[in-house]
Design a protein around this ligand. Structure first.
Ligand code: SF4
Ligand code: ZN
Length: 419
């Protein structure tokens, strides 16, 4: 028996019309995540008898317990059971949380995975918004939009710090497993890449193309996920793209991709390169995990993640970079990418690859430390992570250059970045 849900029982208006709506300073009542507190999302498959359909629990304080200006940690834990459901579908369902929460009037959602951010407006609170409504929406929409694979949905919203930290640790182990599913695949192994146009409501000309060695810039979709998404929904946002003729092996330009993005961006973008940020890089949208920027005096590049709010040697903070580059344009010298992508083999390989990396925030470096060293060693440099400057060394090119010279950073002896 399939459940049909047409009504969404929340005190606020709901629909795609509210997706692009912002909750700015003066309208803000309270928030969760956004580097103020931890905010994490996880979708996990459950056994049929393990969960109760439609059950939504808020464990810990809710909106009614907050004062204006307060922050709360938040963990959104969704369990799904279905005869046709597979663990491969978990990331796809999880990525829906972003636009579905944005569909609620007066609520804004940014990011994904363990870097999510929910902003609640005063208007929404006046109408009686509760965190429970997030669960009500996810339950209803998952049934509506994924009827084929979903039989039961149970949602738990944690707002106690310990619970959220526990969920975050579990979630990170899951994300790691998902990321590693494409670890041994190469772009040459496949003749089909996948598009992702989920972010076009915010960035109309933006089209991600996801290949085995280039995970989506939000970090939430890899090639396997897009493939599974296409299987669930053949007319959905993830379409197969035949690579076609290789137009530029080094920069990663493919005839089939160019033809596809021209159509999907409605003519705004003619071409982009998979493996370059200097020459016609891929388009960037606002939900990228990291943004890389050229540092010409260091003959290298830097990258900065959403969770670092300080200054960077590019002269711009993450929020400024995301604001300037995140509208769906292809901006030579800059590119949005996922954290995982930094150590994928094709990362800006056309510009010299990972060995160009001269600066990143300590928090990102620590997180991917072992992977940086492993990939560095593959490229011939041992202990590469220790050669990358961070904010403790400096936050301008002038400050970090002498340090890089002293360490003998490989980027300094590479061919000029802009040639
Ligand atoms: Fe899809 Fe790219 Fe948006 Fe991620 S950033 S949801 S891969 S369009
Ligand atoms: Zn996006």
């Amino acid at each position: 028996l399939k459940i049909n849900i047409t009504e969404i029982d929340i005190p606020l208006a709901f629909g795609p019309a509210f997706e692009g709506e912002r909750v700015r300073g003066g309208d803000l009542f309270g928030q969760m995540g956004g580097s103020k507190t931890q905010c994490t999302e996880l979708v996990k498959m459950a056994e049929m008898n393990e969960i109760e359909d439609g059950k939504v629990n808020v464990i810990g304080p809710d909106i009614a317990d907050m004062k204006e200006g307060d922050v709360l940690p938040l963990g959104i834990y969704v369990q799904i059971a279905g005869r046709e459901f597979q663990p491969d579908f978990e990331p796809i369902m999880e990525r829906q949380i972003h636009h579905l929460v944005n569909y609620i009037q007066g609520i804004m959602h940014i990011g994904q995975r363990d870097i999510s951010w929910v902003r609640v407006s005063k208007a929404a609170v006046e109408k009686g918004f509760s965190l429970k409504d997030i669960g009500v929406v996810l339950h209803a929409k998952f049934h509506q939009e994924f009827q084929k694979i979903v039989d039961k949905v149970q949602v738990t919203l944690y707002t106690g710090k310990d619970d959220v930290d526990k969920l975050t640790a579990t979630a990170r182990a899951e994300y790691k497993k998902r990321d590693e599913r494409v670890d041994t695949m190469t772009d040459e192994d496949v003749d089909t890449f996948y598009s992702c146009s989920l972010c076009q409501s915010f960035a109309p000309s933006h089209v991600c193309t996801v290949s085995p060695e280039r995970t989506g810039l939000c970090g939430a979709y890899n090639w396997m996920d897009c493939k599974a998404s296409f299987e669930i929904n053949p007319t959905g946002p993830n379409q197969p793209i035949k690579k076609g003729k290789v137009l530029d092996q080094k920069l990663g330009r493919f005839e089939g991709v160019d033809a596809f993005i021209k159509g999907a961006s409605k003519g705004a973008i003619d071409t982009y390169n998979f493996y370059s940020m200097v020459h016609a890089p891929m388009t960037t949208c606002g939900c990228c995990e990291c943004i890389a920027a050229m540092l010409p005096s260091c003959n290298g590049i830097m990258t900065v993640g959403r969770d670092y709010t300080g200054d960077t040697p590019s002269g711009m903070k993450f929020t400024t970079l995301a604001g300037v580059m995140g509208g769906g344009a292809s901006s030579p010298g800059f590119v949005g990418h996922s954290k995982f992508n930094i150590t994928q083999k094709k990362f800006i390989l056309g510009d010299g690859g990972l060995l160009r990396m001269v600066w990143m925030p300590k928090i990102v470096k620590d997180e991917i430390y072992d992977r940086l060293n492993a990939r560095g060693a593959e490229m011939g440099v041992e202990n590469f992570a220790d050669l990358i400057a961070d904010e403790t060394v400096g936050v301008t090119e002038e400050e970090i250059l002498p340090w890089l010279e002293e360490k003998g950073h490989p980027a300094l002896s590479m061919e000029p970045l802009i040639g």
